[in-house]
Design a binder for this molecule. Structure first.
Ligand code: FAD
Length: 435
């Protein structure tokens, strides 16, 4: 199959579909196609109907879930598509399970041990540092070379002596980026935090913070509605793009399924690790290939656990947990599965907890049977919250490393030493140089 269009969009996640929708809003006569490798739209957003024992189906997000006021693009889109958001529950005390010999620490400050002067000074210093790292080009920061030559872990070890506080910070990093702080470039982390408006903005659920709102009915609807607005006849599912060639006259995009589209431009919206697998003719500049090849994806196995009532609220808890995992009964695994947990009660009032088995911990726990993992998750929740946690109505989970066209989640990150090539990531490849 060969067809001539104006624009070929690669990837039908929120980014690719937004690009298609905005193009058609501006130029309704443009001919566009969206080529998607998967058999669904939505990419790293995935809303599944969970069947409750009553037979009723309730949508739960197994991919991207929270949105916030400071994410202005997605918030505007949600409004434009007539979707609604609802507030993440934060009322009640939180629990931390961190330190050398972890014990249950119940707190009602914003961050665990926030009342300790070491953490206050540390957070202030880190926030200030993060504000000095420009989002558009972190390498233009005055400390770029120094900060990109070390991992976040090195920076934390230098600045934090208190093991419990360091554990809490690292649990939040794993729960936000799906990666160990020992894998992340310190500079990259600070730029990522700056793009969210600050480090605490990333971790917390106050007004304007990362975990502020959820979307009624789930986030995958954003892509499903956008696809319908673009026109399903323009969206080709199950078509992994293999080759993108270009010359001065245009581009040619070839899929694994044998589809060939010629167009004037291509918009590639795939995660960096997937973009690196596409053959570009002519090839991308070396600096950009280097960057793409040094952006691994994080790892999450995300669980949604449904209970018959919100026991945590009855006990004055918000359902929020920050954990270093603690000890585990399973041989060969370094720590228990828990990292961060939040209340996931839906807008329809179905009580649930959501959490992530993240980073190295997630990879290790995926080696064991689901039943063993489930038992470990429930037992650790019981230690943190109470014995009621052992008896959910339903345990559900999703391992994102199994998704061939994401290869991990929630986002790609930078290892140290590549920030000098960051700017190349945002530059168009090729067609802009037409004489
Ligand atoms: C478990 C989880 C929790 C998260 N939590 C949050 C959160 O709470 N808040 C938040 O803001 N973000 C969160 N995120 C991140 C957020 O979901 C993503 O940043 C966002 O969905 C990325 O959208 P995208 O369109 O840029 O990329 P993607 O959604 O990855 O879309 C890219 C598309 O390209 C397709 N593709 C890949 N390769 C090819 C190819 N060769 N040819 C054709 N198509 C291809 C993929 O199948 C995919 O559909 C989370 C992600 C996950 C997985």
């Amino acid at each position: 199959m060969m067809d001539q269009v104006d624009v070929v969009i690669v990837g039908a996640g929120v980014s690719g579909l937004t690009a298609g929708y905005r193009l058609l809003q501006k130029e309704p006569h443009l001919k566009i196609v969206v080529l998607e490798a998967n058999d669904r739209v939505g990419g790293r957003t995935l809303t599944l109907d969970v069947c409750l024992p009553s037979g009723r189906k309730e949508p739960f997000d197994f991919g991207g879930q929270w949105v916030c006021t400071t994410q202005t693009h997605v918030m505007n889109m949600i409004k434009e598509l007539d979707l609604e958001v609802y507030r993440q529950n934060t009322s009640g005390k939180k629990v931390a399970w961190v330190g050398e010999n972890p014990t249950r620490h119940v707190y009602d400050t914003e961050f665990p041990f926030n009342d300790c002067s070491e953490i206050q000074g540390f957070i202030e210093e880190m926030e200030e540092l993060s504000q000095k790292v420009p989002i558009e080009d972190p390498y233009s920061s005055p400390y770029a070379e120094e900060l990109d030559s070390i991992t976040l872990e090195t920076l934390l070890t230098k600045k934090l002596k208190n093991k419990a506080v360091k554990d809490a910070f690292e649990a939040q990093v794993r729960g936000t980026l799906g990666a160990e702080s020992s894998r992340l470039s310190a500079l990259y982390f600070l730029a990522f935090a700056n793009s969210a408006g600050g480090i605490m903005r990333l971790f917390l659920a106050r007004d304007g913070d990362g975990q502020e709102f959820r979307v009624k009915g789930g986030t995958q609807q954003i892509s499903q509605i956008l696809a319908a607005k673009i026109g399903w006849d323009k969206i080709f599912l199950g078509q992994p793009v293999k080759i993108i060639s270009q010359n001065y006259d245009g581009i040619t995009v070839t899929t694994d399924g044998g589809f060939i589209f010629r167009g004037k431009y291509a918009i590639v919206s795939t995660p960096p690790n997937c973009t690196a697998k596409i053959e570009f003719n002519p090839p991308m500049p070396e600096i950009r290939r280097l960057f793409l090849n040094h952006m691994p994806m994080g790892h999450f196995t995300k669980f949604n656990i449904i209970y018959d009532k919100a026991y945590w609220l009855e006990e004055g808890l918000s359902g929020e947990l920050t954990s270093n995992g603690g000890k585990t009964f399973v041989p060969g695994i370094s720590a228990g599965p828990l990292g961060i947990v939040f209340d996931a009660t839906t807008d329809n009032g179905v009580p649930a907890l959501v959490g992530f088995i993240a980073a190295k911990n997630g990879v290790e726990w995926n080696k064991v049977d689901r039943e063993v993992r489930k038992r470990a998750v429930l037992e650790d929740l019981a230690k943190a919250f109470g014995p009621w946690a052992l008896n959910p109505v339903l345990y559900t989970e999703k391992n994102w490393s199994e998704e061939p066209y994401a290869g991990g989640c929630p986002v790609a990150y930078n290892v140290p030493g590549v920030a000098f090539s960051f700017k190349s990531f945002r530059e168009p490849h090729g067609r802009y140089v037409r004489p």
